[in-house]
Design a binder for this molecule. Structure first.
Ligand code: NAD
Length: 285
């Protein structure tokens, strides 16, 4: 029988540690604080924001949202962003991307304080992920996958892991985190020949393609661990992952659902990064 990897269980365990950490910082006179910068009001940003605010509050982290109009000019956007970047009371900054077409993210991505860059958009943090240096912040979603594997005591060391997707948000950084943990990683993408065969060889299969139910049961090796990062809306308007869950579940040893899988862990990782940032920034003063 396959074991369901429940995001809520992972988040609950993380909450206990993170709440203690937030309390210890407060005892030292530091109120950990996250600022979310949102331009416009995209529904998926709003949904993530709601979840993140709730999670920060639960853990004891202050969470402010700076909402900017979609018509904001580049100059105004940068001015607002850099003011937040320089505010000593702000420990973490989350900028929702992509920005509206007329805005260039380049200047803020290159000048954000890497310690405050809690979702890994700046070159310093990206380089740290790729060089296996854990002093930076990895992107939250790939780290949520690692938290999930750890919670279920699935050690990637020496295992054949296939990651579907090579984006800088999920696929590539996740592959580096897995490599750091001594997995043998294969990265698949739209040009991969015989995707099914490569997936079938995997002891751990991670799907992050953004294609509703594209991973079918015949693409999964017997007893494999399957982690589904995809968030899609199917033709009937239902939320679903990249894995055809009902067909796949019987052949897996562990499988994460969508919703209530990886997505439920991401905001806990964000909280973890804000606390790490608060700690590091306090050492700088
Ligand atoms: P993306 O579109 O930037 O990248 C998708 C990747 O998958 C690409 O590298 C592409 O080559 C590959 N791909 C697409 N179709 C493929 C196919 N048929 N065969 C093989 N490879 C294929 O997407 P992303 O930002 O990396 O996100 C991936 C998925 O993860 C999306 O569904 C997104 O909504 C979801 N996501 C979830 C969370 C979360 O918190 N759970 C966070 C971020 C992204």
């Amino acid at each position: 029988m396959s074991i369901l990897m429940k995001g809520a269980d992972v988040a609950k365990t993380m909450k206990e540690d993170l709440t203690g950490e937030a309390r210890r910082l407060k005892d030292r006179g530091i109120l950990p604080s996250l600022t979310i910068v949102r331009v416009g009001a995209r529904p998926d940003d709003l949904a993530y924001e709601r979840g993140a605010r709730k999670r920060m509050e639960m853990i004891g982290i202050e969470c402010k949202v700076v909402e900017l109009p979609e018509t904001i000019t580049q100059a105004e956007f940068e001015k607002t962003f850099f003011k937040i970047n320089e505010d000593p009371k702000v420990h973490g900054i989350l900028l929702f991307r992509p920005l509206p077409g007329h805005l260039d993210e380049g200047p803020v991505v290159s000048r954000i304080n890497p310690l405050k860059d809690v979702d890994c958009m700046c070159p310093v943090n990206i380089a740290k992920v790729f060089s296996g240096d854990e002093t930076g912040h990895a992107p939250c979603t790939p780290e949520a996958v690692m938290e999930m594997l750890d919670y279920y005591k699935i050690d990637p060391r020496g295992k054949k892991v296939t990651v579907i997707g090579r984006s800088m948000v999920v696929g590539k950084p996740l592959s580096m985190l897995l490599l750091k943990r001594h997995a043998t990683v294969t990265i698949c993408h739209t040009r991969t020949k015989d995707l099914s065969a490569t997936c079938r060889e995997a002891e751990i299969l991670v799907a992050a393609a953004g294609k509703a139910r594209m991973v079918t049961a015949d693409m999964i090796g017997d007893g494999a661990v399957v982690v589904d990062v995809g968030i899609n809306v199917d033709a009937k308007g239902n939320l679903c992952g990249d894995v055809d869950f009902n067909a796949a579940e019987p052949v897996t040893s562990y499988i994460s659902p969508v919703p209530r899988g990886v997505g439920s862990v991401t905001s806990s990782v964000l909280a973890k990064h804000v606390l790490k940032a608060a700690e590091y920034l306090s050492l700088e003063r």
